[in-house]
Design a protein around this ligand. Structure first.
Ligand code: UDX
Ligand code: UDX
Length: 487
């Protein structure tokens, strides 16, 4: 390749590893650095530590030729022209981002700079972090002309991160240096020129050679703000539609119809208008808090974001109450749970609303059989299997003999269940869906009592056949619902 750049990516987590695999995919030489020796060893041996579509294929394609793995940050810094920092930036006690990993990595990088390098911040960080990185490197005695700092925020959604990287809406580069901007242009040139999409093995997506992504050059501060503001805005959209969903429930409208109608307005757009059990994950909760903190530090009140957080907490509580209203009492109830990850397509359970709800149900004395296509191993590390919770092999095993089935994560396969088999498996055919994967009418016709978010409860009609495994079938569910409403 003409302009092959040696890129180091520090942090082989959900963001760093995907970025590294994609840099190799677009033709660069990549060194992945992580201070977790066991992770490095596993990656060297062909392991893939996270569940992410296309990641295994890309790593297999480029390992070991174009991607190498090491824990030696100094050696990687000496080799690389650009060093991307993608270590975690967790939430600290005050809500602000904890930048101690970024600080430590910047100091370490500084100790091995012997020729011009661009240090690129890829983790989500508050405004002014670039400036801090610059100061840390200067304090370690590196002459100013030997390095520049840039901000290149990621907009990757877990589960679709590879496609989001290679078929991005835009590439944002924040730097105040022409030289650094030129290097970033070269790194992303295969995408911006469209040449990557002409390759017959390229990962499919909506971008083509004729509609390649733009690169947007802004100041470092603007880039940092773009990232925080994007995530905060998306969280606003979700909390907004969740409140609209609650109004829909109160007046008897369907939030999916309302969201569809709103989203058709170009100025609003259809995405991130899915009502549910609230947002989770490693980004939105901490980024909303961190952005609010940034505003506070500037003397600006961003009460809107506090409200967004409050709505998000309330949304989980409402769903929990919905489950209570369907079951009447919790103690001794047997429940099937579908989904533990914070969203479909990933094994990540950080700040997962599903986990929170499972923990509440266990505390109330329910017993649970849970299934998730990718996140059970990670969940078992924090909620070990016990008499109260078992991890099972599929959705039907989770439903077997249960008083109700809860859908907590939007995995595609949960939207395609064999409803007849599900009906036969459940003790009572009650489905409580926190992700609105089914049409209430469709489930009612198939004999289920179906509760979802922002839509009317569908109560199985007494005329439909009862579950083959119990004497009372749907009527029991209706009875329970009535009792709950009367209570
Ligand atoms: C990222 C971003 O960096 C964060 O800012 C963004 O908001 C969310 O996603 P993520 O990739 O999800 O973090 O984090 P994680 O999966 O925890 O990966 C971080 C990696 O960095 C880990 O493999 C960890 O071992 C490594 N690390 C951490 C280092 O190599 N050095 C350190 O000093 C700290
Ligand atoms: C997010 C951002 O989308 C991405 O650009 C950023 O860089 C990293 O953070 P991610 O956290 O992986 O990505 O997932 P995302 O798809 O944004 O979902 C976040 C949470 O919001 C999930 O819990 C999801 O279930 C929820 N969500 C999303 C909704 O409740 N409704 C929606 O309409 C969309």
């Amino acid at each position: 390749m003409k302009n092959r750049i040696c890129v180091a990516v520090v942090g082989s987590g959900y963001v760093g590893l995907v970025a590294a695999a994609c840099f190799a995919e677009i033709g660069h030489l990549v060194i992945c650095v992580d201070n977790d020796e066991s992770k490095v060893a596993s990656l060297r041996d062909g392991g893939v530590p996270i569940h992410e579509e296309y990641l295994r294929e890309l790593l297999d394609r480029h390992r070991p030729g174009s991607i190498t793995f090491t824990s030696d940050l100094r050696a990687a810094t000496r080799e690389a022209d650009a060093i991307f920092i993608a270590v975690g930036t967790p939430q600290s006690g005050t809500g602000s981002a904890d930048l101690s990993y970024v600080d430590a990595v910047a100091s370490e990088i500084a100790r091995s700079i012997d020729r011009y390098k661009v240090i690129v911040e890829k983790s989500t960080v508050p405004v002014y972090t670039n400036e801090w990185i610059r100061r840390v490197i200067e304090r370690n005695g590196v002459p100013r002309e030997l390095f520049d700092v840039a901000s290149n925020p990621e907009f990757l959604r877990e589960g679709t991160a590879v496609v989001d990287f290679l078929h991005t809406d835009r590439i944002v580069v924040g730097t105040d240096s022409v030289r650094a901007a030129a290097l970033m242009d070269t790194i992303y040139e295969p995408l911006t020129s469209g040449s990557y999409y002409e390759n017959e093995n390229s990962v499919p997506g909506h971008r083509t050679a004729a509609s390649s992504p733009p690169i947007v050059h802004v100041s470092t501060k603007a880039a940092e703000l773009i990232k925080h503001a994007s995530n905060a805005f998306l969280a606003v959209k979700i909390s907004f539609i969740n409140v609209v969903a609650n109004i829909c429930e109160a007046v008897g409208a369907d939030v999916k119809q309302v969201a569809h109608g709103i989203g058709m307005d170009d100025r609003i757009g259809p995405k991130f208008l899915q009502a549910g059990i609230g947002y989770g994950g490693s980004c939105f909760p901490k980024d909303v808090a961190a952005f609010r903190y940034v505003a506070e530090q500037c003397g600006i009140s961003f009460g809107l974001l506090s409200e967004v957080e409050k709505i998000n907490v309330e949304q989980k509580r409402r769903f929990f109450q919905k489950v209570r209203s369907a079951l009447w009492t919790f103690r001794g109830k047997k429940l099937g749970v579908l989904g533990l990850a914070f969203k479909g397509g990933t094994d990540d359970i950080r700040d997962s609303p599903a986990i929170e709800i499972v923990q509440l149900l266990l505390r109330e004395g329910c017993s649970i059989d849970a299934f998730d296509p990718a996140a059970m191993e990670r969940t078992a590390e924090i909620i070990p299997a016990s008499d109260s919770i078992h991890y099972v092999d599929d959705a039907y095993a989770a439903a077997q003999g249960k008083d109700a089935l809860l859908i907590l994560t939007d995995w595609q396969e949960f939207a395609e269940l064999d409803l007849e088999r599900l009906h036969q498996s459940l003790r009572y055919p009650i489905v409580i869906d926190g992700r609105n994967l089914y049409s209430p009418e469709h489930l009612r016709e198939r004999g289920f009592t179906y509760l979802s978010v922002g839509r009317q409860d569908a109560l199985a009609s007494p005329g439909t056949p009862a579950s083959s495994q119990n004497g009372f079938g749907q009527e029991a569910g209706i009875l329970m619902l009535r009792r709950a409403h009367e209570a």
